[in-house]
Write a protein that binds this ligand. Structure first.
Ligand SMILES: Cc1cc2nc3c(=O)[nH]c(=O)nc-3n(C[C@H](O)[C@H](O)[C@H](O)COP(=O)(O)O)c2cc1C
Length: 171
């Protein structure tokens, strides 16, 4: 991948909590001619089934939901702070009414697996969906959490993805 260096998940040195909660990421699914991207801050990076796994959470009303469901893979892109406004835009505007990639000026790149990542990203994870399910109201052991986060019962679907590739920016 031009401008990027391939590393293994074990070489990621960033603090995962900071990456997700403070820096945020773009979750992107689909091919260059038909994809959507949205900002996300809820997720995990870890190990399951002896595999490096990333998990992304997407509410059903997101336009990205359709793309995440219909495609084999998704990508997670993390950015330096100078791209904050772009992440705010992609986290408040929907692909239903905006061509977010065009409007933000992000430069999409196609991976060998046919997925979309962004030239501006500093860290990229390419993930193959392995296990997908919806959070369920009846499974919450602390009801407060469900009531606070899902007043409209729009429970997230979570996508557990095998991390196939990790790239960091070289420029
Ligand atoms: C900081 C931040 C974090 C977000 N995290 C998530 C998330 O983890 N899951 C989710 O479904 N939506 C999350 N959102 C909301 C979506 O990014 C937002 O609804 C977006 O407009 C959806 O775009 P889409 O309709 O094109 O998919 C987040 C928004 C912001 C600003």
């Amino acid at each position: 991948m031009n401008g990027f260096k391939s590393i293994t998940p074990f070489d990621i040195t960033d603090n995962v909590f900071k990456l997700l909660d403070r820096d945020w990421m773009l979750v992107t699914a689909g091919s260059p001619d038909q994809c959507n991207t949205m900002t996300a801050s809820w997720g995990h990076l870890g190990i399951l089934w002896n595999l490096p796994i990333a998990i992304a959470y997407i509410r059903p009303q997101r336009y990205t939901y359709r793309f995440a469901n219909e495609n084999r893979d998704y990508t997670l892109c993390f950015f330096e702070n100078k791209y904050r406004e772009i992440l705010e835009f992609c986290g408040t505007k929907s692909g239903r009414t905006h061509d977010k990639i065009k409007e933000t000026g992000l430069h999409p790149l196609e991976t060998d697996r046919g997925n979309v990542i962004f030239k501006e990203a500093s860290l990229v994870l390419e993930c193959e969906k392995i296990y997908v399910d919806n959070l369920k109201k009846e499974n919450f052991l602390v009801p407060d959490i469900a009531e606070k986060n899902y007043p409209f019962d729009d429970f997230h679907r979570f996508y557990m993805g095998r991390i196939c590739n990790v790239w960091i920016k070289t420029r």
